[in-house]
Design a protein around this ligand. Structure first.
Ligand SMILES: [Ca+2]
Ligand SMILES: [Ca+2]
Length: 317
């Protein structure tokens, strides 16, 4: 056999070998086709299952969140962000054993509060300045600390009421100052210690803007206000209920809770309370530990403005 014949025969043998492979491969493919089909179906089903599970989890997640209406009640940009507070019963006032206690924090008594909404933060300069500009009022002095998201200061009880009335008129909702009982109910948020983080004053710098040197800690805002929401929220999700600025509430001052309402309403004596003043709660950036407690009660002339004093708004639901 010459070289050419060898090449010809070789090619024929190769073709013959290839020809014999084809049925083998077809059989192999036939054997694999079925499991592969099942594999594809399994992948499709697994993908569909994964998509369904993720969708279900998303729906559950959003169901757990407060709806936008509940989360932020403001109907327009004008109003402060509000938090819906669930109604409940709590013990108002402090026990005799509480460090820093004043006699006017007793007697402790049970108060029932119905659901209402309260500002997540103290009212800010940004919010109040819109009102001041719209009504031709002189913008309150910021003491050179800045406006924006800092809590409005140098506002009287009368100013706070005027702002609430203006916002109510603008929105058709009933904005007002919280009652003293509502304020303490929210500040406590189910807690019974002297502060919503416990009794330890040193921890204040994580939860409140206080007068650092008296608390033996550093909150980053020495002797001035902090932008609202700079500290850890209480269990109801509200911030700066203690510290930053004192907050005006609706009630007239009384020297004790003897005869106080137990339905969460404000204790109103009309003109009779002008001499005693209106109540302020929560302490401020300037306060010593005894004043920064859920039960502590301050008071001031409702017509006076001061750089410790601000407020947050409530809204009737
Ligand atoms: Ca401070
Ligand atoms: Ca405050």
């Amino acid at each position: 056999m010459n070289r050419q014949e060898e090449l010809v025969n070789g090619s024929e043998q190769n073709r013959s070998a290839k020809g014999e492979d084809k049925p083998t491969r077809r059989r192999q493919w036939q054997r694999l086709k079925k499991p592969l089909r099942w594999l594809v179906w399994l992948l499709v089903l697994a993908t569909l299952g994964l998509v369904a599970w993720v969708t279900y989890q998303e729906i559950r997640h959003w169901e757990r969140q407060p709806s936008p209406e509940n989360f932020n009640l403001q109907p327009e940009i004008l109003g402060p962000e509000m938090v819906v507070i669930p109604g409940g019963v709590f013990t108002m006032g402090s026990p005799d054993s509480e460090a820093g206690r004043s006699n006017d924090e007793g007697p402790q008594h049970s108060v029932k509060v119905v659901s209402f909404a309260l500002g997540r933060y103290e009212v800010t300069f940004d919010e109040y300045d819109v009102f001041a500009k719209a009504t031709g009022r002189k913008p309150p002095n910021d003491e050179g600390w800045g406006r924006g998201l800092r809590p409005v200061i140098n506002v009287s009880w009368d100013d706070a009421l005027a702002y609430a009335a203006w916002l109510s008129q603008k929105t058709g909702q009933h904005y007002r100052l919280p009652t003293e009982a509502e304020w303490e109910y929210v500040a406590r948020a189910g807690t019974t210690a002297s502060r919503y983080w416990g009794d330890e004053p040193k921890l204040a710098c994580n939860y409140a803007n206080v007068r650092d040197k008296y608390f033996d800690c550093d909150d980053g805002y020495a002797d001035k206000t902090a932008p609202v929401g700079s500290f850890i929220a209480n269990p109801f999700g509200l911030q700066d209920m203690l510290g930053n600025v004192w907050e005006w509430v609706a009630d007239c001052w009384h020297d004790s809770y003897q005869g106080a309402p137990v339905d969460g309403s404000d204790w109103e004596d009309g003109k009779a309370c002008e001499s005693g003043g209106r109540v302020l709660r929560g302490g401020s950036w300037y306060s010593i530990p005894g004043l920064v407690r859920s039960a502590f009660r301050g008071r001031y002339n409702p017509a006076y403005r001061y750089y410790f004093n601000g407020f947050r708004l409530a809204r009737t639901l």
